[in-house]
Design a protein around this ligand. Structure first.
Ligand SMILES: Nc1ncnc2c1ncn2[C@@H]1O[C@H](COP(=O)(O)OP(=O)(O)OP(=O)(O)O)[C@@H](O)[C@H]1O
Ligand SMILES: [Mg+2]
Length: 354
């Protein structure tokens, strides 16, 4: 299978608020912190030298505390604001180099945004909220209403076409927000904390729905949250931001297994480790190149796949009471895993020291 095409790339993107952003960037490149630049020059370094790729079908989660630069980053991608430096490539084309017409085309057809506070038009019926993007594109009323009904069905909201947003609950309003974004069939969906105004049960329901929609739609999703558990549930990749920078990026299990610093470790503390970590993240790797040798395999009771989560491995280890062989997708032995390693990995931080 060929790899999915990259649809969004950020290349060394910076955003500095203030009259002389370039000077502030130079100061940062020379090693100055966000706090020092602010104190000395009054400039706010909101996004600092950020690079990443998002492929079609992938959910890229950006998480970090309030003020870490998440919304600024997503606004640079949609060009609601201009980056101070760097490139934002959409399907390989730098949005900074686009003229107003090209940019409008990208905004109308290629990307759509879902906001925390829904951003619905209160005086428009649900159907006309959902059809808004199509209306801007000049699609006829009959066609845009047909399409709007289709996406309302997709987000489990049929029958509400003629209501006004204030007649709907928060969760339902956010479904309308999602339907409005999906109506234009964009390749890229940008979410800025879309579920944080919802109560926990509805929020979980929306997360599940987004995951199942994404399986079918295969868009490139960039999803902002400050909830690490939400990030773990949704993200194929997670980037953790602090003071405008990405301090760690990787797959959820890599971040939980190997937080690079205390800031990241603090987020991972409440993670359901047995559900997140897989064999690959806690195994003892086999040294050197190992042939797919039946002798090695027979030395162990049986082999488990590197992707298997610890919650499934724990009962197997309990039954076998000895180390298991870990194999990659091709069946090649890549490591071994035993009960002690698993218990250390799922234990809390204090236990892990022993
Ligand atoms: N228009 C602006 N002018 C000046 N500074 C700004 C502007 N917008 C954002 N900032 C600053 O940029 C930094 C990043 O803000 P941003 O809104 O991107 O953070 P965030 O991670 O989205 O936070 P939250 O979780 O609270 O939404 C903050 O220090 C903020 O004060
Ligand atoms: Mg924000």
């Amino acid at each position: 299978m060929s790899p999915s095409p990259v649809t969004v790339s950020c290349r060394n993107v910076w955003k500095v608020f203030g009259p002389h952003p370039q000077r502030a960037i130079e100061q940062c490149r020379a090693g100055a912190s966000k706090a020092r630049v602010l104190e000395e020059t009054g400039h706010v370094v909101a996004v600092r030298d950020i690079s990443f790729d998002v492929a079609a079908g992938e959910i890229f989660v950006v998480m970090g505390l309030s003020g870490s630069g998440k919304s600024t980053l997503i606004r640079c991608i949609s060009r609601l604001i201009d980056p101070s430096a760097g490139q934002v490539l959409i399907d390989g084309v730098d949005v900074a180099g686009m003229n107003a017409t090209e940019l409008r085309e990208v905004r109308r057809h290629k990307l759509a945004m879902v906001f925390q506070h829904f951003g619905l038009f209160p005086h428009r019926r649900v159907i006309d909220n959902v059809a808004y993007g199509l209306e801007v594109q000049g699609v006829t009323q009959a066609e845009r209403h047909r399409r709007a009904r289709e996406v309302l069905e997709l987000v489990s909201l049929p029958g509400w076409e003629n209501h006004y947003p204030q007649e709907l609950s928060g969760g339902m309003q956010q479904r309308v927000g999602l339907a409005r974004a999906l109506a234009v069939d964009p390749e890229i969906l940008l979410f800025d904390e879309p579920f944080s105004a919802l109560d926990p049960l509805i929020r979980r329901e929306m997360q599940d729905e987004l995951l199942s929609l994404q399986k079918r739609l295969c868009k490139s999703l960039i999803f902002i949250t400050h909830d690490f558990l939400e990030a773990l549930k949704l993200g194929d990749q997670i980037a953790i931001m602090r003071d405008g920078e990405i301090v760690q990026a990787g797959r959820p299990e890599e971040i939980v297994a190997h937080p690079l610093n205390e800031y990241v470790a603090a987020f991972t503390r409440d993670a359901p480790r047995a559900k997140i970590l897989n064999a690959a993240s806690v195994m003892t790797p086999l040294a050197g190149a190992i042939p797919a040798d039946e002798n090695i395999k027979s030395a162990f009771d049986f082999a488990i796949p590197a992707e298997m989560k610890l919650e499934k491995i724990i009962p197997i280890l309990a039954r076998h009471d000895r180390a298991l062989l870990v194999v990659d997708a091709a069946g090649q032995p890549v490591g071994t895993i035993d009960q002690r390693a698993v218990l250390l990995a799922v234990g809390d931080a204090d236990q892990r020291q022993f």
